[in-house]
Design a protein around this ligand. Structure first.
Ligand code: GLC
Ligand code: GLC
Length: 643
């Protein structure tokens, strides 16, 4: 790094070169600066003012480092010594909406004892920033990254919360919603009003140009608007006359979510400042929202472009310099080939595992484990410094993002199969146990995704309505089975809070005009604390789900083997999934029956894979002889260790 660049920055920030913090900054720039420079050069190097842009970005980074609180700098140092801290059998995540779960940030603080009771070490709070009133896509339209939504609390309360969580061994994850801002963000207001500096922050173009892009784009929210654009007249009130020269604005999601234009380095610099501000507020993990969409290029589908990766790597390099303990979690709900590309130590260290999620639901519907076993075999390996975040449900819809090529190897037609899954989970398929709702059905493509709480999709809602005790039992087994898989799959298991007490769908959203058009609200219930109390009352649904899950959590936390990656194991039975951890403390074999009938795993098949020891099932405590066929009851999960 050019010494005069650094000297110039020190001078601009009025910092003495021998200042201890500055010294640490210079050291980190020596380590990561040239990498950052190369990344930014590949994005912006064709500009004449590139070096000035780079200095500006580095100045933003330096300022953030100098402002970083001392306790966070200590955390940085701890995690630099233990960079794989998140790869531990102790890790357990939970997701919650601040308002729906506890009313406010202080309300969340009051729930810390509950988080500890459940065993959480990681909490993802849904977007809590200032956002438009009414529909804000659940807060995913941010009007200021530096202001907490006043109905939830203040920035100081957020800082207090992060400290309290950390003191209790819990990391905080917040979203970095960096693909778009809300249309009420100051930058967007200026842009939409015609300020040229801020117009360059967004994509505003003629209908003819928009058409040229639209030709290759996937529609993400077809219910909201066709294509990816919204007419500028939506904001200015000037009626459009559908002339090819009318200006249009890029809005991949809702019209009030305006896509940022990272081709402009000023956008990168501005968002770098916002990102490091969040890190300095005490956020441990940033959930990198909608990563697939952040770079656009005419003539492409504008998803998962190589520059999107470069951009995230550049943000990562900045955080190595100014907030080294920060982790990135990738939210790419796309083809598994593309999901994998975001997972690298220098890009996103952790990633949602949407394939495992979708295929768990697939196996519950089909009672077959073929796609799941194939995915474990060919798609679960990632870099050893990275980890999957394994989940069953989250606040979003379920998209059937398995690979059509993989499916066809098993004789499955992807298109037809997705149709079946949507039919099954919306309860339109005969004998389905599920009660989900379709999300964003697109009549043009036949595409659809799915909404619903775990308990509703797994059959509990229907079984309760039918008063069918037998089906209730099966539904609870399904819920525990799929959670038992995410708890034993390596990486970080993530529970969508309310699922741990078997909460059902909430149809109240249909009465709210700001929510009625978005079926994802069916699985965003207000936490019912009277129901939560019932987790303590033996025999209730809440207690049956909660205590079953708690037991699995206790077992997980006692098995270091479960923090590591998995290897596929054949079981000789199409209904029984198998995988194993091979760890210094010995092997751990997982068997899972995805059918409502008793099944056997074949001793001969296991033996051929070297799995024929006398075992103990950690879940039941029973001894199991692997040299005999292993009997599994309906939906039984077994975690087998050498006895
Ligand atoms: C992410 C969020 C989703 C939101 C979208 C747009 O996918 O998970 O809820 O609608 O980004 O920000
Ligand atoms: C993001 C996610 C996608 C989701 C959408 C809205 O695009 O990647 O999976 O469907 O947001 O929910």
């Amino acid at each position: 790094m050019n010494a005069s660049t650094l000297a110039g920055i020190a001078q601009a920030l009025e910092i003495q070169p021998h200042h201890q913090d500055w010294h640490a900054f210079v050291q980190r720039v020596e380590t990561h600066g040239s990498h950052l420079h190369a990344l930014l050069f590949s994005l912006y190097g064709q500009r004449e003012d590139f070096e000035a842009q780079f200095t500006r970005i580095l100045t933003t980074t330096a300022r953030a480092w100098l402002e970083r609180p001392a306790d966070l700098k200590r955390l940085d140092a701890e995690r630099e010594i233990n960079p794989r801290w998140f790869q531990s059998e102790q890790m357990l995540g939970g997701i919650a909406y601040v308002d729906l779960f506890a009313g406010s940030l202080d309300g969340i603080r009051a729930k810390v004892p509950y988080f500890k009771e459940l065993g959480l070490t990681y909490v993802h709070l849904m977007p809590l920033f200032k956002c438009p009133e009414g529909n804000s896509d659940g807060g995913y339209a941010v009007s200021s990254y530096r202001e907490v939504n006043p109905s939830l609390g203040t920035l100081d309360q957020l800082r207090d919360l992060t400290r309290e969580l950390r003191a209790n061994g819990i990391s905080l994850c917040l979203d970095f919603i960096f693909n778009h801002t809300s249309d009420e963000h100051e930058w967007a207001r200026k842009a939409l009003a015609g300020d040229p500096e801020y117009r360059d922050f967004y994509y505003i173009m003629s209908r003819a140009e928009a058409d040229a892009y639209d030709r290759n784009l996937r529609e993400i929210f077809p219910d909201q608007h066709p294509g990816a654009f919204t007419p500028l007249s939506h904001w200015t009130g000037t009626p459009a006359n559908n002339a090819p020269s009318d200006p249009w604005v890029w809005t991949t999601f809702n019209s009030f979510q305006v896509d940022l234009r990272y081709e402009n380095p000023a956008v990168f610099d501005a968002m770098a400042g916002e990102m490091l501000f969040l890190a300095n507020a005490g956020v441990d993990v940033l959930r990198m929202d909608a990563v697939a969409f952040i770079w656009k290029q005419l003539g492409t589908i504008c998803e998962n472009l190589p520059e999107a990766h470069t951009l995230i790597q550049a943000f990562n390099a900045l955080s190595r310099i100014a907030a080294p303990s920060l982790l990135f979690k990738s939210e790419a709900i796309v083809h598994p080939n593309d999901v994998a590309k975001y997972i690298r130590p220098d890009e996103c260290q952790i990633s949602y595992n949407p394939l495992l999620m979708a295929l768990l639901w697939n196996s519950l519907a089909t009672r077959e484990v073929n796609l799941l076993a194939q995915a474990i075999h060919s798609r679960s390996k990632i870099h050893s410094d990275c980890a999957w975040v394994n989940y069953v449900r989250c606040h979003d819809d379920i998209g059937w993002t398995f690979s059509d090529e993989d499916a066809s190897l098993l004789g499955i037609n992807g298109y037809e199969h997705r149709r079946f899954l949507n039919q099954f989970y919306t309860g339109r398929f005969e004998n389905s146990f599920a009660r989900g709702l379709p999300f964003q059905e697109n009549p043009k493509t036949g595409d659809a995704r799915l909404s619903g709480m775990t308990a509703a999709l797994a059959g509990l809602e229907k079984a309760l309505a039918d008063g069918n005790e037998f089906e209730i039992d099966l539904a609870i087994r399904r819920i525990l089975l799929i959670h038992g898989i995410i708890l034993s799959f390596g990486g970080i298991p993530l529970i969508y809070l309310n699922d741990e007490i078997g909460a059902l769908n909430d149809y109240g959203f249909r009465e709210d005009p700001h929510k009625a058009g978005d079926s994802r609200w069916v699985h965003r219930p207000v936490a019912n604390w009277a129901d939560y109390d019932l987790r303590q009352t033996t025999g209730t649904i809440q207690s049956r789900v909660y205590s079953g899950l708690r037991h699995l959590i206790d077992m997980r936390k006692a098995q270091p083997a479960l923090a590591t990656g998995v290897e596929a194991v054949e079981t000789g039975n199409p209904h029984v999934l198998g995988y194993a951890h091979y760890h210094a403390t010995g092997p751990l074999l997982v068997l899972a029956n995805f059918s409502e009938r008793p099944q056997m795993a074949s001793a001969q098949t296991l033996h051929q894979q070297g799995l024929s020891w006398p075992a103990i099932d950690l879940i039941t405590g029973n001894r199991v002889a692997l040299h005999e066929d292993v009997a599994l009851s309906p939906y039984q999960l077994a975690w087998l260790r050498p006895a």
